[in-house]
Design a protein. Structure first.
Length: 395
């Protein structure tokens, strides 16, 4: 059995989701691989400078910023973080090197940004002939020193042509850059779902005949969801909302405490987002790569915003939405009512749905094939895995 390590952290939900998605699909394909997920923050806790100063982990601070919308000036904070990482480069490389020696594997995968230079350098000190792969979980890189490093030992898996071009521009040749058809998502988003959207709405206590938006701001929610709901209710639109609060229990409690006139269904943390999307007509949310990719696979147009408060690594996502014609980008959710009115126009919604239908993201199934090539596995092994996937889906 061949061992593969996948490094992730919990700064936002997308990195863990990517790691779990890869582990899940490889298990379903019955490959002779053992995939171990490694929580980067657990591994490097004693070097977490911000935790020493504040008592809070870097990933927790990031999630607090997202929940409260404290993201203005995040580019400046990002560069401070990167400077701190460079300052601790040597100790971090030494720490990781010791870990790789104790936990050998044939291939190492990173689904996190910022630390790939240190991860790559430490890995190649111990296993210079074994591949190190970065799976970019954003639609594009935010150089310098974000996802892609100018080290020849790094393989890059990119979900957009933009990200692949960025890898080539920094000096990686075609043998080290792999383009997939989109972002990596959990396999359950691809399970055929013939459930009746009307029945799902009825199950949630919503009206059967009213246009429905699913409001999603990542796994930790955001207080802006309450403001959006207030504005839409005040506008008296023919609309109802599915509000996904994630782990933000305070937000969920605040939403539930108010008697809304418009139909709403409030959900805390759930692994059933793919199912809830079946009951919706479009998505309202932050321009995160995960929620946009999930909406595309579930065939939902998106209504997002992009401004100075948007995280710098997510600003290209708004460009992508406009370029592909799959939704509306607002300058602020202060104008959410006007955006929803546009989305509810039948001709506009039909145009967006046509563009969304043209997207065909199969990245989670493409990536194991790329890894098999890097491991030097034969086509017969790959074909066996593909057959196993088909059989599993049939069951």
């Amino acid at each position: 059995m061949r061992k593969i390590h996948v490094v992730f952290h919990d700064g936002g939900g997308g990195h863990r989701n990517a790691a779990v998605a890869l582990q899940t699909v490889i298990s379903q394909q019955q490959r002779d691989w053992q995939v171990e997920l490694i929580q980067f923050q657990d591994l490097t806790d004693r070097l977490d400078v911000l935790r020493k100063l504040t008592g809070i982990r870097i990933q927790q601070q990031y999630n607090i910023l997202l929940q409260n919308g404290w993201t203005l000036g995040s580019t400046y904070l990002l560069r401070i973080l990167q400077a701190t990482i460079r300052l601790f480069h040597g100790p971090l490389v030494n720490l990781l090197e010791r870990f790789w020696r104790e936990k050998p594997a044939e291939l190492l995968i990173s689904v996190i940004p910022h630390f790939n230079r240190q991860i790559c350098e430490s890995w190649n000190r111990v296993y210079p002939s074994r591949p190190f792969v970065t799976i970019i979980t954003d639609l594009a890189d935010f150089p310098p020193r974000f996802w892609i490093e100018p080290v020849k030992e790094q393989y890059v898996i990119a979900g957009t042509e933009k990200a692949a071009e960025q890898a080539r521009a920094i000096g990686h040749d075609d043998a080290h850059v792999f383009l997939t058809s989109g972002m990596i998502l959990r396999p359950d988003f691809y399970v055929e779902d013939n459930s009746d959207p009307i029945a799902l709405r009825r199950e949630m206590g919503l009206r059967e005949d009213v246009p429905t938006a699913i409001v999603l701001f990542g796994g930790h929610g955001s207080k802006v969801m309450y403001d959006i709901t207030e504005k839409l209710e005040a506008a008296s639109l023919t609309l109802q909302l599915i509000l996904i609060c994630g782990r933000n229990e305070e937000l969920a409690a605040k939403l539930r405490a108010r008697p809304w006139k418009m139909p709403v269904h409030i959900v805390g943390f759930t692994k059933e987002v793919h199912r809830l999307m079946r009951a919706a007509d479009f998505l309202i949310g932050k321009p995160g790569p995960g929620s946009i990719a999930e909406a595309m696979v579930r065939k939902l147009p998106v209504l997002i915003e992009c401004n100075a408060w948007t995280l710098p690594q997510e600003r290209y996502n708004a460009e992508w939405v406009k370029e592909k014609g799959v939704g509306i980008v607002l300058k602020s959710f202060g104008n959410v009512v006007e955006g929803v009115k546009r989305m509810l126009d039948p001709a506009t919604l039909a145009k967006f749905r046509k563009s969304v239908a043209a997207q065909n993201n199969r990245a989670v199934f493409e990536i194991p094939e790329i890894l098999a090539k890097l491991l030097g596995e034969s086509n017969s092994t790959t074909e066996h895995a593909a057959r196993a996937t088909v059989e599993a889906e049939a069951r």
